[in-house]
Design a protein around this ligand. Structure first.
Ligand code: SF4
Ligand code: SF4
Length: 69
């Protein structure tokens, strides 16, 4: 049996504080692998579908919070 690829190897943010929910990553993904998922407080955070992601890292490049650092 092959390994099931259900987890993305790309990490968009480690904590919620590291994501402002701007949806830039969601908008740029050529694979439409990112969906914005609403949390219990009503804020939307991106979630990567590891089965669709091709690891192009465009979402990492476009993220404004990662560019600050
Ligand atoms: S690495 Fe590329 S394919 Fe994967 S979620 Fe980011 S933009 Fe989409
Ligand atoms: S681009 Fe960065 S800050 Fe914007 S939604 Fe994606 S992970 Fe969050």
């Amino acid at each position: 049996m092959g390994k099931i690829k259900n987890e993305s190897i790309i990490t968009l943010y480690s904590k919620k504080e590291k994501c402002c929910g701007c949806t830039a990553c969601y908008a740029i993904c050529p694979q439409k692998a990112i969906s914005m998922v609403r949390d219990e407080e009503g804020f939307e955070y991106p979630q990567i579908n590891g089965n669709k992601c091709i690891c192009c890292k465009l979402c990492i490049k476009v993220c404004p919070i990662k560019q600050i650092k």
